[in-house]
Structure formats: structure tokens, C-alpha cells
Design a protein around this ligand. Structure first.
Ligand code: G3P
Length: 196
């Protein structure tokens, strides 16, 4: 009991580290919370600063999901709780303790959490994201389609994770409200580096 609680709290605290904000500071870029789409995530860092800072943000946000779930898995924590630990890491990214609870959309962190327990599923999700992005060139649309399919993939490949995957998909979808409005009104632009 105590170990699981400690793992959940640690995952939340680790997830709370906003890679996008820190990497933008390091690269002397504008604050991603108040520039571009105002979202602290790899997509917006790409808009503001291009590939290198975006890939670093992506990697650290993936680690925020991957590390807590991996450690918990090696500690022998059961699948149901591993799912909750993944949710906690995503909640840290979305509501970061050290950044006034104003975080991102948890796409990368959710993907990272998937790797230690269901790498086949993680690869399928990446393939889906890449396919939709290739066709549309819109990062948010790629994320929305991917998280909509994720529960079905889970039910098919790793049924024991269907419930936490649904929880995370709902969270990510909810964080894309503004993107959904823009997509419906034809205002969501292709994800390109901002010219300044
Ligand atoms: O992962 C976030 C992405 O799906 C959308 O980001 O900056 O276009 O709102 P953004």
C-alpha cells in the first residue's frame, strides 16, 4: 500500500517538471505558455524554436511517463496500479505543482508510460500518430485520432490496461478542446515553425 502511494506521488511530482518551459529558457526562446498555441509541449516548442529544442522536450516529456512506470514495474507493482501511476504522471504534466498547475496536454508523457508495460502498443500509437501527421501535417489532429483509437488498441493488445488507457485518452482529449474547436472551424493551422 505505502509503496504504491509513494510511486503515485513520485510520478505526479516527476510529471510536474515542465520540460517545455525549462528547455525554452535554456535555448533563450519565448515562454511556450504565452507564445504560439500557449501550450508547454514539444509541438509548440517546435513552432517557437525548431527541431532540436522540440526533440529534447519530447524526449524529457516521454521520460516523465516512462521512468516512474518502469521503476514501479521492476518493484513488482501490479498492472492496475501501474495504470494509476501512468495517470499520475500525466496529471503532473497537465497540472504541474511547480508551474502554477498550468501544464500541457500529456501526449508525450502518456506515450512514455506505455513503453515499459506495452511496447507493442506504444509502437502502434507512434505509427498512428505519424500516419495522421504525414497526411494532415497537424499535430493536434494526429494526437486526437491516436488517443481515440488507443482504448481499442489496448482492448485488443493489452486488455488489462484498457481502463487506465481510457482515463488517459479522456484527459488528453479534454486538453485538446481548443484544438477541436479550431479544427471544426477550419482555423487549426498546419504545424510549422513560426517565422519571426
Ligand atoms: O501534443 C500537443 C499537440 O497535440 C497540440 O499542440 O501546441 O498545437 O496545441 P498545440
Amino acid at each position: 500500500g505505502a509503496l504504491i502511494l509513494l510511486a503515485i506521488i513520485s510520478a505526479y511530482l516527476f510529471g510536474s517538471i515542465s520540460s517545455a518551459v525549462l528547455i525554452c529558457r535554456l535555448f533563450g526562446l519565448p515562454d511556450p505558455r504565452t507564445s504560439g498555441s500557449n501550450n508547454p509541449g514539444a509541438t509548440n516548442v517546435y513552432r517557437l524554436g525548431g527541431k532540436i529544442p522540440a526533440l529534447l522536450t519530447l524526449w524529457f516529456d516521454v521520460l516523465k511517463g516512462m521512468v516512474p512506470v518502469w521503476i514501479s514495474y521492476f518493484l513488482g507493482i501490479e498492472p492496475f496500479y501501474l495504470g494509476l501511476i501512468a495517470v499520475a504522471a500525466c496529471l503532473g504534466h497537465i497540472f504541474p505543482l511547480y508551474f502554477h498547475f498550468r501544464g500541457g496536454k500529456a501526449v508525450a508523457t502518456a506515450l512514455g508510460a506505455m513503453f515499459p508495460v506495452a511496447w507493442e502498443m506504444a509502437l502502434l500509437l507512434i505509427a498512428t500518430w505519424l500516419l495522421v501527421f504525414r497526411i494532415s501535417r497537424v499535430s493536434s489532429l494526429a494526437a486526437i485520432v491516436t488517443v481515440s483509437l488507443a482504448p481499442f488498441f489496448a482492448y485488443w493488445i493489452k486488455p488489462q490496461y484498457t481502463v487506465p488507457v481510457i482515463m488517459i485518452s479522456v484527459l488528453i482529449m479534454w486538453r485538446h478542446q481548443s484544438n477541436i474547436v479550431r479544427l471544426r472551424t477550419g482555423q487549426e493551422k498546419r504545424t510549422t515553425r513560426r517565422e519571426d
